[in-house]
Design a protein around this ligand. Sequence first.
Ligand code: XMP
Length: 319
Amino acid sequence: LWTPDNIIEDSLARLRAQVGGDKVLLGLSGGVDSSVVAALLHRAIGDQLTCVFVDNGLLRLGEGDQVMSTFARHMGVRVIRVDAEERFLGRLKGVSDPERKRKIIGNTFIEVFDDEASKLQDVKWLAQGTIYPDVIESAGSKTGKARVIKSHHNVGGLPEEMNLKLVEPLRELFKDEVRKIGVELGLPYEMVYRHPFPGPGLGVRILGEVHKDYADTLRQADHIFIEELRRADLYDQVSQAFAVFLPVRSVGVVGDNRLYAPVIALRAVETIDFMTARWAHLPYDFLDLVCRRIANEVPNVSRVVYDITGKPPGTIEWE
Ligand code: XMP
């Protein structure tokens, strides 16, 4: 019988049998899959698990602190937080091509993770948040995005160099099952039912070159949008929502002064499978409120626009 409880009990027994007394390493991103793996492994083997959380400077507002608070403080999971913002932003300097940006972010992630991992002693296993759809997609003939996603986020390449064996406790589960297990394991509902967030983070939501002040501006605008969606009970009605930073400058007026500043685009979509999507028809009054808050509270934004492009012809992210 499939109940979250049964699945958890079964996984715990299997994990204990699989890894025995060995040490296990996990790259914790704060996303649903790696979070559930962390919670599951922590329950199965406690301190034999070490998680590495890499702050690449491209996360959402307060995300790093949230991950540390949930896992390290509340659950007692051993988590190493690596503040790698400078390293990532340094590598991205002067780069505006989206594919190159993705590659740099992915490679830097592997480097940073690798550095941390090599400081740990006696680790025998690398845990990954691979879920059933990932298994199917990487076996099939898809164009490779999913594979790229996972190879970036779940650290392809590492096991061979470090001689780690793979442990993938979610391999047979679908996303909704993973979520149910997450809640049952005591992870916060908001974390488990969060909208998807791309591995390269704000790197794909800042068009063109990435700068720290762009990321700071985008974080603030995005936070306001998401906060208001939650407040209006709209968050769970849309599949994904976020702000995008457009480095083009447009004229605005603040008080008596002209402001010549970047533009923030808001994107919200409804979709089942993320392959096609319709733009969310959010209420005008709601959009008005979000726009006013961003204009008033986020310095150096001249204009806020709402994206009314479906997928197709658009993609969900802007890149
Ligand atoms: P697009 O923009 O292709 O996005 O319509 C479809 C879905 O995939 C997410 N996405 C990513 N997820 N790593 C991820 O984990 C990535 O590199 C990546 N790129 C896009 C996007 O947020 C949307 O949910």
